[in-house]
Design a protein around this ligand. Sequence first.
Ligand SMILES: C[S@@+](CC[C@H](N)C(=O)[O-])C[C@H]1O[C@@H](n2cnc3c(N)ncnc32)[C@H](O)[C@@H]1O
Length: 207
Amino acid sequence: MGIIKHFINQTRKPEGILGTLMLRGMNSGHAVLADWALSHLPPIAPQMAVDLGCGGGRNVAALLQKYPQAVDDGIDYSPLSVEKAIVYNAASIARGKSTISVGDVSDLKIASGTYDLATAFETIYFWPGLEKCFSNVHRILKNDGCFLIVCESDGTDGMGERYEKIIQGMKVYKAAEIESALRTAGFKDIKTVHHDKHPWIAVLAIK
Ligand SMILES: C[S@@+](CC[C@H](N)C(=O)[O-])C[C@H]1O[C@@H](n2cnc3c(N)ncnc32)[C@H](O)[C@@H]1O
């Protein structure tokens, strides 16, 4: 695999030097997308929030900024992502406002009904079995808890297809496919917001 392809593949499970560079790039490169999506959350006041597939941890910090009353955790199955997210969020971790840990969305070791809010930025492309993973998110949410899924490709723009060919195990979903998997997993009040210029989507669902 060429170096460029190897670098782009770091989005799936960052590791090593290229993974470190990718995590840094994603923290800054996904910020506008993430903030756009966060602005579409309903008026909620979560006490416990979790960012799933947290990467370099920028969005754990963004959640804490938006909801200062909350404890905001981060989970990622890449030990390197967790290491970098811990550094990024060191101050809030020291204040007891955040924990970042290794975990796989397909097998979450978290008590049922823990969180008021779960977020997933640019990560569901890599989750093995959307319905099963969404069921796991459903389980760890409290009743009426909110799930926000954010993707920079809505599966209709061609970009997704190009990345699927380059990145091993990546699947870009259309909004209708995400919504259907959410319904099967037991979510209600499912709604997709489309960006007016970019093919970005923010999918919101309630337990
Ligand atoms: C493209 S990066 C996005 C990182 C971050 N959310 C952002 O927007 O910058 C995808 C992240 O999801 C993580 N990830 C992929 N599949 C996962 C799974 N099954 N469980 C937990 N984390 C996962 C990867 O390790 C990686 O850090």
